[in-house]
Every structure is written in C-alpha cells, then in structure tokens.
Design a protein around this ligand. Structure first.
Ligand SMILES: C[S@@+](CC[C@H](N)C(=O)[O-])C[C@H]1O[C@@H](n2cnc3c(N)ncnc32)[C@H](O)[C@@H]1O
Length: 270
C-alpha cells in the first residue's frame, strides 16, 4: 500500500469512483454521490451511456491485448468493481491471466479487496497515479505481475483526473519506461474536442467530486502513448475503437466525450 493516502471515506464530498459506480448500476455509492449523479444526468441524459461506452471500450481493448498474447494487466484507476471487470474479461479468455487493480479511492479499494478475496490471480493496490514509482514498487512487492515480461497497462478514464500541474505526460512516461518490450498501453480520456456545450458543462460539474476532470485535446491524449506504436484505428472517439459490430456505433460517436486508443511497445531496433 502506498503511504500518505487517505484511508477514511470522505462523505462530505461526492467521489468520482462512487458516482461512476452509480451510473453503471452498482450499489457502492452514497446519497451525496447520487445527488451529483442526478444533477449531471439531468444536464446530459447521454452521460450514463458515455460511462458504459467507456467500460465497453476497455473490454474491447482488453480482449485485443489477450488476442495479442498479453496475460497480465496493471489496471490503474480501476474503480469500483462493477459487472464485467477486467479480471473477468481476461480470465474468460485465459484462466491464468493476472490482474492488479490500483485506485486512489478507499471505497473502490475496499470493495475490490472484498470481491477478490481468495482469488490468487488478482491483487489490489491503494495508490495514486501521481506517484507512479510507488505504484510500480507496490506492484513489484506484490509479486503477482512480472514487469520483465509484456504487460497490459490500462489507464481507462483516469488520466483526466490528473491536473496539468501534476504533469500527466511525465507520469505516463514513467509507467511506459517500466514496461518490457511487447507491452501495451490502453488509454481513454475525456475531451473537449467535437463536444456540444451541455457536455462541457456536465464535465465541469465533476469539479464537485474530490477529483476534478481536465478535458484534453486528441493531440495531448495521443502524446500519452509516447513513441509506442499506436494500433489501428488510432486515437478515436471511444465507440469507434474496433466496435464489435458497426451497429454498435451511435450516429454521433463524438457525443460520448472521450477518446480511446491502444499502443504497443515495439522492441527498439538495433
Ligand atoms: C471513471 S472511473 C474509471 C474506472 C475504470 N477504469 C473504467 O474505465 O471502467 C475513474 C477511477 O479513477 C480513480 N482515480 C482518480 N484519480 C486517481 C489517481 N490520481 N490515482 C489513482 N486512481 C485515481 C477514481 O477513484 C475512479 O475509481
């Protein structure tokens, strides 16, 4: 466990993880979270669908990584384990797949530990993405993942909680530098690009949670992949990333408010 993180549950402010859990139909949320969720939903009826689209993107990306032979995942900003979590998707394809979940939210961490108790192939770390070295150290100490082998780094819907002042590109670079060639990076991230005003207003409401959202451009989000090879179809509005069926793609995929992409660390030549 990383040092210095709050272990108490703060009920005076809504939590991003619990609001998200509410939108996904989970039970791990409090009145204060539901109030904010209600407010956000009344401004953008599309938002619950947006959150589900984020989850669907993550599942498709995890399946793509499994197809590429990845059997271990470090899921940072994993949230409250609602239905269809990463280890369920991964272990359905490969029963030996290992997953380590990392979250800053004590509720998400407590529920993850409860849900995963007795599962030897999964682990949970309470840590902050803004301290990537602490995450990597805790992950190594846990001994569940072997970072000398290719790993799937999952940062779905989390980097937008990191402010520019905390240098998100540097944090991502630290994580990439710890990964072996053949590793993959999955990122989904809220954006202002192509968004209607009501979406931008709703995103602004996130400032009421303990963790405010920073919307970023496609170029900034693409930068989080560094010099890794971005897979087709690139950094795109989430529903457009390898949809299971063309009919799954809404007429306005940009309204889901976030870009998603996947990149691979190819062995440097020479
Ligand atoms: C929107 S949820 C995404 C959950 C999951 N990754 C998904 O895509 O379904 C974002 C999660 O990131 C967590 N989070 C926010 N800031 C974080 C930070 N600095 N370090 C680690 N986790 C963080 C929140 O607690 C929340 O559980």
């Amino acid at each position: 466990m990383a040092d210095g993180l709050p272990t108490e549950i703060d009920l005076s402010r809504p939590s991003a993880a619990r609001v998200y859990d509410y939108f996904l139909g989970g039970a791990h949320n409090f009145e204060i979270d539901r109030q904010l969720a209600g407010q956000i939903a009344s401004m953008t009826p599309n938002l619950a669908a947006t959150m589900r689209a984020g989850r669907e993107f993550l599942r498709r990306a995890v399946r793509a990584l499994l197809d590429a032979g990845i059997d271990q995942f470090l899921d940072i900003g994993s949230g409250i384990p609602t239905v269809g979590n990463v280890h369920e998707v991964a272990q359905a394809a490969n029963p030996k797949a290992r997953v380590v979940y990392v979250d800053i939210d004590p509720v998400a961490v407590a529920h993850s530990r409860e849900l995963l108790a007795g599962d030897d192939l999964t682990g949970v770390i309470h840590a902050d993405l803004r301290q990537p070295e602490a995450i990597l150290a805790a992950c190594r100490a846990m001994g569940l993942l072997d970072l000398d082998r290719p790993v799937g780094l999952l940062l779905a819907g989390v980097v937008h909680f990191v402010k520019d002042a905390d240098r998100p590109a540097d944090l991502l670079a630290t994580l990439r530098a710890a990964a072996a060639p053949g590793s993959f990076l999955v990122v989904s991230h809220a954006t202002f690009e192509d968004q209607p005003q009501e979406m931008l207003d709703a995103q602004r409401l996130s400032a009421r949670t303990a963790t405010e959202i920073t919307l970023r451009s496609r170029a900034e989000i693409t930068g989080f992949f560094g010099d890794w090879t971005i897979l087709e179809p690139g950094v795109v509005h989430m529903p457009l990333w390898r949809p299971d069926s063309p009919s799954d793609v809404d007429e306005h995929p940009e309204r889901f408010g976030a870009f998603g992409g996947v990149a691979r660390y190819d062995q440097p030549a020479g």
